[in-house]
Every structure is written in C-alpha cells, then in structure tokens.
Design a protein around this ligand. Sequence first.
Ligand SMILES: Nc1ncnc2c1ncn2[C@@H]1O[C@H](COP(=O)(O)OP(=O)(O)OP(=O)(O)O)[C@@H](O)[C@H]1O
Length: 832
Amino acid sequence: MSSTSTISNLQDIGKQTSPQYSSGSPTCYPHESVTQETTDAQPFPAAVHHPCADTFSTSEEEKEEKTMEKNDGVLTEEEVSSCLSNLGHSATGLEHVYQFLSAPGRNLNNVSILCNYVHLQKLELPYNKIKDVSCVSHMPYLIILDASHNQLTDFFGFQPPKNLKEVNFSHNQMSVMTHLSAYSSLSKLNLDYNCFSEIGGLLHCASLTHLSLAHNKISCIRGLDNLPIKDLCLRGNQIEKIENVETLRTLQVLDLSLNRISSLSGLQNLHLLGSINLESNLISEIKEATHIHDLCLLRELNLQRNLVQEQLDYRLAVIFLLQHLTGLDQEKVTVEEKVSAVNKYDPPLEVVAAREHMSHMVYQLMQPQVIYDSTLPSLDSPYPMLVLTGPQACGKRELAHKLCREFNDFFGYGTCHTTRGPYFGEEDGSDYHFVTEEDFQNMIHMGKFLQTMQYAGHWYGLSREAIEDVAREGLACCVHMELEGVFSLKNSHFEPRYVLMIPTDKEQYGRRLRTRALYTQTQIDTAVARVDTYVLINRERPGFFDNVIPCDEPVEAYRTLRQVVKDYLGVEEQGGEDQSTTDTPTELKRDSLVDEAPPAPSTRPETVFMSCSAPDMDPSDHNCRKYYNKVQAQLTPQKTSAEMASIHRRQQLVREALMGKSPKAYTQLFKRCVLTAPSSLASQMQRDPTLSSPMMPRASHDRQHNHSENSSSDDSRASSGLSIPSSAGAFSETAGSAGCSELGLDTTAEPLDVSSLGHNLDMLKDQVESGHTPDAPRPGSELLSPGATATMARPGSNAKPILPPILSGRKTPGPSPKPQTLRHEREGEGDE
Ligand SMILES: Nc1ncnc2c1ncn2[C@@H]1O[C@H](COP(=O)(O)OP(=O)(O)OP(=O)(O)O)[C@@H](O)[C@H]1O
C-alpha cells in the first residue's frame, strides 16, 4: 500500500466521504449535552457529529463495526479509505490529496497506520479507545486535531505539526500539562474532562485565544499570564478565588461556573469582558457586583444558583450596579427593569419630587378639605411666587429677606418649617418655623406641606399655609430653597419664577462656608459639589430656571436680583438712582411697558385681572381690555409650542363640553357652575369684586376657610376648573365631597344636561363660535361671572404669573406705599 493519500493511489480505493459524517458541523456529544447545556457559548465548535447521534446505525456501518472487532481495534487501510474526504490540493500544491480524515466511534485503539497519511489537514478520531496519537508527528500540515473521548494519557505526545491550530483532547485521562512551546500556532485548546490539577506549559502559545479546562481538578488560576485568550472556560473545577487573570487583557468570555468562588474581586481590570458565567458558586453579597461595575462592555452575567440570588431586590440591585447588562441569569434585562432599578437606587430629582408630591397630595386628600383661596390655581393669572434657589449658604436667604424688605408692597417672605435648631440670631417664625421632628412628621401626615425635603439630616418644608399667609396680604410669596424643592414645586399648580443664585468661584464659596463655622467638612464638600449639579441642570434644561445670577459678591448679586425683579414687576426707579444697597422702600413707578397709553379708567371697580396693572380699568371696556392684553403679552413669557398645544387642547375640551359632546370633566364643571352659582348671584358678584376676588380683601374674608386647595390641578394641569367664590358657597372643582356636603351641595357629578343650561348655553355657544373660550375675560357673561370675577381664569394654567400681585389686595393695613405713577398719567399731568 502506498505511503501517501494522493489521488493516484486513493483512486484505487475509490472511497470518498463517509456518508454519516459531515465535516464542519457542530459538535454534539450525547453525554456532554447535560453538563454543557447551561454553558452560554461553546467556544469550541468542533467538527464532528457523534455518529451514534444520527445515522451511524445503518447496516453498512454495522458491517464496518463488525470488521473493526475482527481487526481488534486496529485501523486498516480499507477503513481509512472510507473515512477520507475533502479532495484538494496538497499543501505543496503539487498533488491532489484527501485533506480530512474522520473516524469517530469505531472502537479504534491503534491508528498507527495514519503515519502514512502525511497530507491530512484535519484529523478526527473521537469516541474511540485510542491511547497513542503519535502518528500525528507525521502530519506536518495538520491544522485541526480532534482526539476527544479517548484514553489518552500523554499530553501532546507527538512532534508538533507546526500549523496545528485547534486541538480537542477533552474526555481523556491526561493529568499533567507539559510545555507547548513549539505550538506557537495553537489558537483553540479544549482539555475538558481530564485530570489536570494545574494549568501550565502555555507560556509560549502566543496565538491561544480559546482555552477550555472545564471539569478538571484545578484549584488555582495561574500560568495564563499575558496570553491573548479571549474565551476562557474553567467550569467545574475547585477554584475559590479569581486571581492571576489581570493580564488577560483580551478576555471577552469567562466561564467560572461550578466552582467555589465567593468574590468577584480580580475581574475589575478586564475591560473587554462581555460575558461572565459564575453559576453555582458561593457569591452571597450584592456588593460583589461593584468589582465589575466599571466593565463597560459587560452584557451577560450569570449568577444563578448563588446565595446572592436570595437577597432582597437582588435582581434590581445588580441591574442598577451593572447598567450595561442586557442579560442577567440567562434572562433578558428589560428596559422597565433598568428604569425601576435606577428609580429605586438613584432616583432622578424629578422622580423624587413626583413621589414626594404624590404623598403630600394623598395626605392632604385624606384630611378635611381646606381651600387656600388666595392661592387658587388660575390659568391667566396664577398666584405669583418668587423662588430663590441655589446651594446652601450661597446667600439666597439674606437676599430673599432683603428683597421682601425693599419690595414690601410686592413680596412677603414665605417662612418654611425646619427640624433643625435655630442658629444664633435666627428667629422662630421669621427665618423658619423651628419645629420638632415629631411635629414635622405630623404636619406631613396632616397634608400641610406643599413640598418637603431632607437636607443634611434635617427636614425642611414649605407649608400651604405659609404661602397662603403671604397671599392673604395681597403679596407675592418669596421663598428660598434647594434644587429638590424646585423640582417639587414644579409638580404643583404654582408657577413661580425661579431665580438661581449660583457661586461661580467654588473655592471662594467653600471659604465662605468655612467662615460661617456652622458646617462639618463633609457638609461643606457636599454643598460645594452641589454647585455642579445646579450648573448641570441649568445647562441641560434651558428654561428650568428663569434667571441665573452669580452670587459670589452679595452686593452685586442683590443689585442684579433687584433689577431682575423690577423687570418682572415692570417698574423702574424714579430719578434713576440705584438704591439697591439701601433697605428703604424704593419709590417705584410704572415702566413704559407699552407706548400706548391705556384708556381712561372707568368708574367701575377694578377686577382682579386688571388689578396688577395699578390703574382702575373697566374690563368690559374693549380698549381697556386691549391695553391690558398688550401689557400681559409683554410680561408673560413666550409660550412654548407644547404649552400652546396644551392650551388649545383644553380649549377644545371646553368647547366640546359646551356643545354637549363630551360629558367629562368640563361638563361636570359647568354643571357645578350652574348648580352652585345662580347667574343672578354671579353677576352680582361680578359687579362687586369684594365678594369674589380671592386676591383682594373681601368683606367675607373672615368666613370659615373650610375648603380645599384645588388639588386635582396639582396632578393634572389639563384638568381645570373654575373657582367659585366663597361667598357663593365657595367650592373648588376638586374640593372634594367633604367640602360639597358641608355646603349642602349635590356632589354627584352627572354628565351635563345641555338643556339645563338654557339660554346661558346658547350664549356660551355663541362665544365659543366666536372663538372665545368661557374663561376669557368677559365681564358680561353671567354664567361665568363667579369664576370670572374670582380669577377671570381657569385653574391649571401654564402661564407664568405676572408679578406683582394685587397691590390693592393688601389686607393688613400697613404703611401705604407711595402710589405708583403711570407714565401716561405723569405725561398727562405734564400736559395739564
Ligand atoms: N422647604 C425647603 N425646601 C427645600 N429646600 C429648603 C427649604 N427650606 C430651606 N431650604 C434650603 O435648605 C438648605 C439648608 O437650609 P439652612 O437654612 O439650614 O441652611 P443655611 O446654612 O442657613 O443656608 P442658607 O443661608 O442657604 O439658608 C438651604 O439651601 C435652604 O435654602
């Protein structure tokens, strides 16, 4: 017989590929399927099908097996001929040869005949009883060798074919890894299911990218230094610690399942790791995940059958710590899980604020309802507030006080509650209401707060009453608070102006904190670090703050703040002298807001919607309204397209309700109007603003405040309602049944019976058709007059309030402010 497998001599044999074996198909060894089923990726896609698995039981094969037995496990030339395949050029390119030989599951124990087949590039001999594969020494072109499931004890007991790339020696009986320095081309090595207790001899395998040593007796990871391994499998060993892997910089897939590992420490520098399997180990602490927190490419982590899985919120916690994961414990990580994890462990400021707002709302709703009627929500003229925000001790509190002193006809200081003790010189009720922790908690549960926040271990909260106290004076409320408070307020129906006071020099700010001698170093560090948070929010959310004022220099900061406020108020100083540093009330005059002079004031009493413009104006007067609208347009910030869309949507709903099309909130609203505000009374109230305006002193002001703030508009600005003045049986749309029943009103909200509106409906329809909404200032409208006279607006507005509030609304007699002089009046005087 010839010594080579060239085409010429093999033609005699006349055999090609064996029918039952398809080269290149994935490995599927029947008895491995159990142990490997949980392994994610099979790093060694081998080249053979186990013959027993499919077509190996044909009669021809049986015949072959019998022949084998006859041959006593010795591979014969005749058999070889039936196992050859893949006819192609020899490595030298001079001949045609069969390149592959595959003889799986033939009970072979002697394959020495293969020494003659020097051109083989792929040799597969799995599922035999081979103890010696030294024939491979004669195959210099061999690239792939599969001798798995045999009885080999010698580790690479042959001369190295210099191009050998893939070797599968799994399921043999090898126990010592000897030097493989000559195997520089070796890239995939499978040594699963042997008896190795140590890794070694791989030092010079400079091409080794896949190494599998699963199910051996390895107890320590070593001998892998600086290897270019991408895929390492050490499943089913006795490893207790992840060590000596930090030099495996190219590692992408690591399988350490079925070991005794209790910590993930050691993996932190493997920045290319994409998948880690640690199933069935001894990991018990969630915090272990912090070791792999910085592995940005990590997508798959398997911690199944570890104690850690029993920890409370294990999954969310791990997802939070490893936010790049797409799969955890062989389950897909969903977007919802990621969001919940972040909301649970590091909620964004909005989420905290929304939760906090929700609980205050719920607590409030659980209490007997109270209407804070001076601050009722209103679309066109929301209750005006000024919020100074910024990091602790940036000077905003002093600025707020100073502003309230100077502009004492416009602003009142909104005094928050706090559980911290007073500093030297602080007065209870002036700087804060200092209360105990218990009292504060009680107030929370009584629904007293609009917002609360914890800062430096103390509670701070702005109560609804604090704002109302200021509002009852006919003043705008000025408060100072941290960023969290701003987020909370943005959930409420209030529409304050937010002015950010920001230190631009952090070092100087830190020094200022230190010189106060009130704070610990940690508190100082926190405060300084929060400067960046403010800056970030300001940068990422344009418009979040209405103004940003550097506050490094208190005098300069106040001057700027003062100017900003004057711009809001539309006032300017007489004489042009800057009195910003004095505390005396400044004489203010109306700015030239409009070139056009307003029409002459009528004799009718002013209404709320006019009152902020100082002169008496008759809202029924067309010119007067035009003038007012123009002023309002100048003062009101430009609406965004989203705000416009929202307003249109609400107007549309109102229209539909009026037409009887949608029996929802708005129809109920109108029904309530009809029920609770007879038109005669309404029109009477409209004529007598003292009966109606929540922002003005009322004859009936000392009536019982037994109704609630319009709470639903807190939650949904789209759900608006008309405020009915208290003298008419004050009833807020969402005041709740308590308030209604107290007033003896029918609180059952029924769909609108359009006919019940009678001629009022026709009138409203006319208005709607003419493009007016029911809430537009319409002095003649009897149906709307209660709400209209109260606020001339719907609650739930997105509009920023015009500052200041109603000057004429001051309840407490105080030093009467110098009358503001309108420019046109002065001009008129000049003319005279
Ligand atoms: N209701 C509130 N909501 C949110 N933040 C608040 C509230 N009330 C006060 N704060 C803020 O809490 C922080 C701590 O208040 P505190 O009065 O204890 O600080 P401070 O050292 O006196 O500094 P500052 O001069 O800024 O008040 C301050 O930034 C303050 O503006």
